[in-house]
Design a protein around this ligand. Structure first.
Ligand SMILES: Nc1ncnc2c1ncn2[C@@H]1O[C@H](COP(=O)(O)OP(=O)(O)OP(=O)(O)O)[C@@H](O)[C@H]1O
Length: 351
């Protein structure tokens, strides 16, 4: 199967005075897995509902391949959907639930039987075909919903918080299943979650939504390593953020750290430094790193990792996360320490 290209072009959606999506633009490549990640109310479901055809944009247009979707009914958009609230038909068997979209499309019965069997095997529910939904666990029901959404081989698959009701172990298992199915069928996926780990592990690209706009869209590693704004640095993972002083001649001062660093981005107003990119200097000072000083305030033990809050001379607190090697003696609360980082790991922030 071939996934479709999906495009939102200048889409705005207002509900009275509330602007749920504001001049929203997103271009998803065929077969790509894109996740919309954002806080509650940031516009994620609104974007999905407009693409599915459950809601009309106030202005702008949505395209699947090059077909504009305004005026196209949801059932004619050829989009598969797995929503958290999308209930199965309770009186139908698992097989009949999965067969439903094919029956709607008037697919011949022998073909239906073949495809339902294949879809149920894909979600590893082959032997549950004759059961009713009430006799399934929550995770199994979500698998049936997934089989029903992909059985007609939609070129676009929408998933809205479809795993959030499940416990962690089941959620992780189904995340793996969804990734495998995506690889197998090659459909384009637009996935909505407010769980950052889920977004980081599953997506080709993640769009961070804030106030109905995309704050940043990038591959997971790029988003984590190179957040471009304070909002993104704060939203994904832990971050130490420091305002910059003067940025000129390829260098920037970081007053709260008492240092200056190479900085080629003249528009940068701050930096983000991930806690695990900072090293406690235990032996010789590494010559190629930026060195600064502080006093350990407290430490938190996470098993393989130790987090230390370090008070800098300026009074600012900074978090450092270190892998425990088992040999090194880590400094404890009250000790003065030297810290080092590679200036290339300081992501410039625009605001
Ligand atoms: N039918 C509606 N009527 C009025 N306001 C709405 C409606 N649907 C959504 N909104 C508003 O639009 C904004 C975006 O909502 P949306 O459901 O898209 O957010 P979301 O990011 O999906 O949030 P959540 O994670 O809580 O589902 C919110 O302020 C919401 O209150």
């Amino acid at each position: 199967m071939q996934g479709s290209r999906v495009r939102f072009e200048n889409v705005t959606k207002s509900f009275g005075a509330t602007v749920a999506l504001s001049d929203f633009n997103l271009d998803i490549a065929p077969g790509e897995f894109v996740t919309l990640l954002g806080a509650s109310g940031s516009g994620k479901s609104t974007a999905l509902n407009i693409l599915a055809g459950f809601s009309d944009a106030s202005s702008g247009e949505v395209f699947i391949d090059d077909r504009p979707l305004t005026g196209v009914a949801p059932e004619h958009r050829n989009v598969g959907m797995v929503f958290q609230s999308f209930a199965l038909f309770p009186h139908k068997t698992v097989a009949d639930n999965v067969a439903f979209p094919l029956k709607m499309r008037k697919v011949p019965q022998p073909e239906i039987d073949k495809r339902v069997k294949a879809a149920l095997e894909m979600v590893r529910l082959g032997e549950f075909a004759a059961r009713k939904p009430a006799a399934l666990s929550g995770g199994q029901r979500q698998r049936v919903a997934l089989a029903r959404a992909v059985v007609f081989e939609p070129p676009v698959l929408l998933m809205d918080e479809c795993l959030s009701a499940l416990d962690l172990k089941l959620r992780e298992e189904l995340q793996g299943e969804i990734r495998r199915i995506h690889r197998e069928i090659g459909t384009t996926v637009l996935f909505v979650t407010h769980d950052q780990t889920e977004a980081l592990t599953m997506s080709d690209r993640i769009a961070i939504l804030e106030g109905g706009k995309i704050e940043q869209i990038d591959a997971p590693e790029a988003l984590y390593d190179r957040p471009r704004t304070r909002f993104v640095a704060d939203f994904i993972g832990q971050s130490n953020m420091f305002s910059l002083g003067d940025v000129k001649d390829g260098r920037a001062s970081v007053p709260d750290m008492g240092i200056d660093i190479p900085m080629s981005d003249e528009s940068a107003v701050a930096i983000s430094l991930r806690p695990e990119r900072i090293r406690v200097v235990l032996g010789e000072e590494p010559a190629d790193k930026t060195i600064f000083e502080g006093v350990v305030q407290e430490e938190t033990f996470f098993g393989p990792v130790v987090a230390q809050m370090v008070r800098l001379t300026s009074g600012r607190l900074l978090e450092v996360r270190s892998q425990r090697s088992g040999h090194d003696r880590m400094p404890h609360a009250g000790e003065a320490i030297k810290l080092a980082f590679d200036p290339a790991d300081a992501a410039p922030l625009a605001d």
